[in-house]
Design a protein around this ligand. Structure first.
Ligand code: NAP
Ligand code: 8YV
Length: 339
């Protein structure tokens, strides 16, 4: 590539062939190939001495591609790259990146919103059905030969149940539409009401927990949402209540959840995310009445390809004209005040 394209919003125009991108850990092969096609890609994991390689290339790095496994990218790490302009992250949640630091230091952070809404909403409905109807347990019942000795016990039902959504954002709304099709009533809590949506808004989470039967968490992670789901909320959900977490493990106080499940303060839980992935707490592993998934909300070939494409497209668009496609709220583009 010979082009020397103007890059508004950056200090100078960027020669495409000179744009250097760092990938610290392996990403899906299509992302690796895509970024290598639009810039000079450094695969840090292939370097025999990572620290030495980083010290040598750091001044030339303008882009970082990251994601998968949620390796932390904090201010201390980003400050090692004096010419860093863009961090393109795989996944819509970016609680593993210090986006506030990036915003204050002129670094754009991009994520992969919208392309995964349907997949994550499908997984959520699957998890709700599995938890309420105890489908994985029923599968185990057949495999273990228990059906030969008697019928599987009757379970709870979705009939007449109200779904409470914590975080009626892009994915939350997509879940709400599916829940309506299942005949469920939908209510929600977030910091602000969404007046364009038809669902009743609850200004407090405890208030919503009291009014719903199945509580789905689908907010971002990070300090602002840490342990929103606590003992009080679970108590309010009640003994027939079902808790579903497809947000981040940090949103739920896992010890409070374990106690609520053990003491039958809630009926069951379906969890796709955990505080210390890939470790799930031993107490949960030992409970037969909960359903545990290994963070597979968006985990299909179709959707991971779409997410990967957006990681590549953000870097390519930035190189082409300085305008990333999906910057996060902390690093808006054009920057506030830019003409
Ligand atoms: P989004 O459109 O930004 O929606 C986030 C929602 O959370 C908004 O409704 C927001 O409303 C609400 N919220 C934020 N902070 C809150 C707080 N402190 N208290 C109450 N509500 C709060 O994001 P999205 O695209 O739907 O994604 C949501 C999250 O889902 C991601 O950040 C990620 O953590 C998780 N996720 C998980 C998987 C998985 O595989 N399990 C896959 C994709 C995404 P207000 O701003 O009005 O409060
Ligand atoms: C991904 C997710 O599995 O988008 C998110 O926020 O949690 C999932 O879609 C994850 O980001 C990939 O590491």
């Amino acid at each position: 590539m010979q082009a020397c394209l103007s890059a508004p919003g950056t200090e100078a125009s960027i020669k495409v062939a000179e744009f250097e991108t760092l990938m610290m850990n392996p990403m899906p092969p299509k992302v690796v190939e895509g970024i290598a096609a639009v810039s000079r890609l450094h695969k840090l994991w292939e370097a025999p001495d990572r620290d030495k390689a980083l010290a040598e290339i750091a001044p030339r790095i303008q882009g970082i591609a990251t994601g998968g496994g949620h390796a932390k990218l904090d201010g201390a790490m980003m400050s090692r790259f004096p010419n860093l302009k863009i961090v393109s992250s795989f996944g819509v949640g970016y609680d593993h990146i210090d986006a506030a630091w990036a915003g204050q230091h002129g670094v754009i952070v991009t994520n992969t919103p919208d392309v995964l809404n349907d997949e994550v909403a499908d997984t959520t409905m699957g998890l709700i059905l599995c938890a309420v109807r105890q489908l994985p347990q029923a599968d185990r019942f057949v495999r273990e030969g228990k059906w030969l000795k008697g019928a599987f016990p009757l379970t709870a039902s979705l009939r007449g149940r109200t779904l409470g959504i914590l975080g009626l954002g892009r994915i939350g709304v997509t879940i709400a539409r599916r829940a309506e099709a299942f005949g469920m009533k939908v209510i929600y809590h977030s910091r602000r009401p969404r007046h364009e949506e038809p669902y009743p808004y609850f200004p407090t989470l405890v208030g919503m927990a009291r009014a719903c039967d199945i509580l789905v968490a689908i907010t971002p992670g990070g300090p602002e949402t840490k342990h929103l789901i606590n003992a009080e909320v679970l108590e309010a959900l009640g003994p027939n209540g079902v808790f579903i977490n497809v947000a981040r493990g940090s949103v739920c106080d896992e010890q409070a959840l374990i106690a609520a499940l053990r003491d039958r303060k809630i009926l069951t839980a379906g969890l796709d995310v955990f505080a210390d992935e890939p470790n799930a707490p031993k107490e949960l592993l030992e409970m037969d009445h909960v359903v545990l998934l290994p963070h597979v909300g968006s985990g299909t070939n179709h959707t991971r390809d779409a997410m990967g494409q957006l990681v590549v497209d953000n870097i390519a668009a930035f190189i082409r004209n300085g305008a990333p496609l999906t910057p996060v709220a902390e690093t808006p583009w054009p920057a506030a005040g830019a003409s």
